[in-house]
Design a binder for this molecule. Structure first.
Ligand code: GLY
Ligand code: MN
Length: 463
């Protein structure tokens, strides 16, 4: 992305917030020993306003001027890290008005007490709290409220430039899903298929937006184990997406049979999740409350549970009103996405719920990460699922309100089924339907069945 975009963002931030603003970047973090660092990921707000993905930086924004604070390169940085720019050259390249050494920042921040926000690096956040006197704790006390409101206002609605990057990132990520589907065969280890998926992203210059979920135990929602060999008869769930060089995420989930052929039960459940997703996507447009998008998907899942006689003596609307669908679709239908996969989530529910509103505490909807009327230019995921989770069905307190409508014997007959989720990234527009950025990842039963196992066998990967 061109530095002039970041400069324009800083200008608009400086004009919107009265007084000086200090944005901090993350520092490098050691992987157990000095000099061996974890992969660096910049704080997304800092990245949005600077375009600088390097540790140990800060930006001071005041009115129309912005200053970049960096530690000047040491002589041996050239040896260990290659060519290093002077701080003046970095600042000029990124459109800053001025460069200053980082060690001048503390005295200035202590004297002027700028508005600031917490960053994931707790040492940096503690430093900012000490300088400014603000009670900053990442994820809990995220910082100056007017500054946060302006950051949310800017970051939540994606510009055409951002959408172009997200479109390209989602397209490649969808291709990576196709590649993993084609490479799937009984005998391939989940870890190897994960590497196949990630190799495709790498081959197109993308990193990972989050740790890839690739599992035959899709009912474990964030299952990062990759610890089993693919077996015919099982469903495989892949929730993975690439990250662009500018830091934009994609987040796509597909579920397919390891053998390429759905069993009758797998197919019925898969088509229900697909129909739930279609109903949700059909509804998503500017002005529609995201909770209603969630409810549209929930009603389709509830009808499936009724058709399978897992629920009885109830209609779908009543089942959803009572929350019975959440026993099998226990999470929200999606979330904002952008520079972070759950975009802006570090500011709590501020970007996602109206001021003063709080989450519906009912099981299921308490995990709904967004409930506002949607706006054109927001990018959200739509990701309903169906899961048979022993920890839910075995929990008498979760089942307690449903004794009259839940047929536990029928439900228990689904034990070991696993989970299905289908997830796309969509751009909200004024009129429906939204643009589906990840449409290139196949999801109809016929397309998926034809693609699974169709790639050249990766013999060395089959155990
Ligand atoms: N991709 C994982 C999630 O949305 O939670
Ligand atoms: Mn997601």
């Amino acid at each position: 992305m061109h530095p002039s975009l970041h400069a324009a963002r800083r200008l608009s931030l400086g004009r919107a917030v009265s007084g000086p603003v200090l944005l901090l970047g993350n520092d490098a973090r050691a992987r157990n020993l000095p000099g061996a660092d974890l992969p660096f990921r910049q704080d997304s707000t800092f990245l949005y306003f600077t375009g600088l993905s390097a540790p140990g930086a800060a930006a001071w924004i005041e009115g129309g001027r912005s200053t970049l604070y960096l530690t000047p390169p040491a002589v041996d940085d050239g040896l260990w890290h290659g060519h290093v720019e002077s701080i003046e050259d970095t600042a000029a390249r990124l459109g800053f008005d001025e460069a200053r050494p980082y060690d001048e920042l503390g005295p200035r921040a202590t004297a002027q007490r700028p508005a600031t926000v917490a960053v994931p690096d707790s040492a940096v956040t503690a430093r900012a709290a000490a300088w400014t006197g603000a009670p900053l704790v990442y994820g809990e006390s995220p910082g100056d409220e007017p500054l946060i409101a302006e950051i949310i206002r800017q970051r939540r609605t994606k510009s055409d430039d951002e959408l172009a990057v997200m479109r390209a990132t989602a397209k490649i990520s969808a291709e990576a899903h196709r590649f993993a589907m084609a490479a799937t065969r009984p005998g391939v280890h989940e870890r190897a298929l994960t590497a196949v998926f990630e190799a495709y992203l790498a081959s197109r210059g993308l990193g990972l937006a989050y740790d890839t979920i690739l599992t035959q135990r899709g009912e474990v929602l964030h299952n990062h184990a990759h610890d089993a060999v693919c077996q015919a008869g099982k469903l495989l769930l892949l929730d993975g997406g690439g990250e662009s060089v500018d830091g934009y995420a994609s987040d796509i989930t597909r579920t397919w049979p390891v053998s390429g052929t759905f069993t009758g039960r797998q197919r019925a459940a898969y088509e229900a999740v697909l129909a739930a997703q279609a109903a949700a996507i059909d509804l998503a447009r500017a002005g529609v409350r995201y909770r209603h998008v969630h409810d549209a998907a929930s009603r389709v899942i509830a009808q499936f549970l009724i058709d399978e006689r897992i629920l009885r003596g109830v209609d779908a609307d009543t089942a959803v009103a009572r929350g019975a669908h959440a026993l099998f679709f226990p999470h929200g239908v999606g979330h904002l996405i952008g520079l972070d996969v759950h975009d802006l989530r570090n500011f709590g529910d501020r970007p996602a719920y109206a001021p003063g509103a709080s989450r519906d505490p009912a099981f299921g909807t308490r995990y709904l990460r967004l409930d506002l009327p949607l706006e054109a230019g927001w990018v959200v995921t739509i990701e309903p699922g169906f899961y048979v989770v022993p920890a839910i069905l075995g929990d008498a307190s979760l089942r307690a309100g449903f004794a009259d409508i839940l047929d536990l014997d029928v439900a228990e007959g689904w034990a070991g089924f696993g989970g299905i989720r289908i997830e796309d990234d969509v751009v909200i527009r004024d009129a429906a339907p939204p643009e589906v950025l990840s449409a290139h990842a196949p999801k109809s039963v016929d397309e998926v069945s034809a693609l699974v196992g169709s790639g050249a066998p990766l013999e060395a990967l089959i155990t």
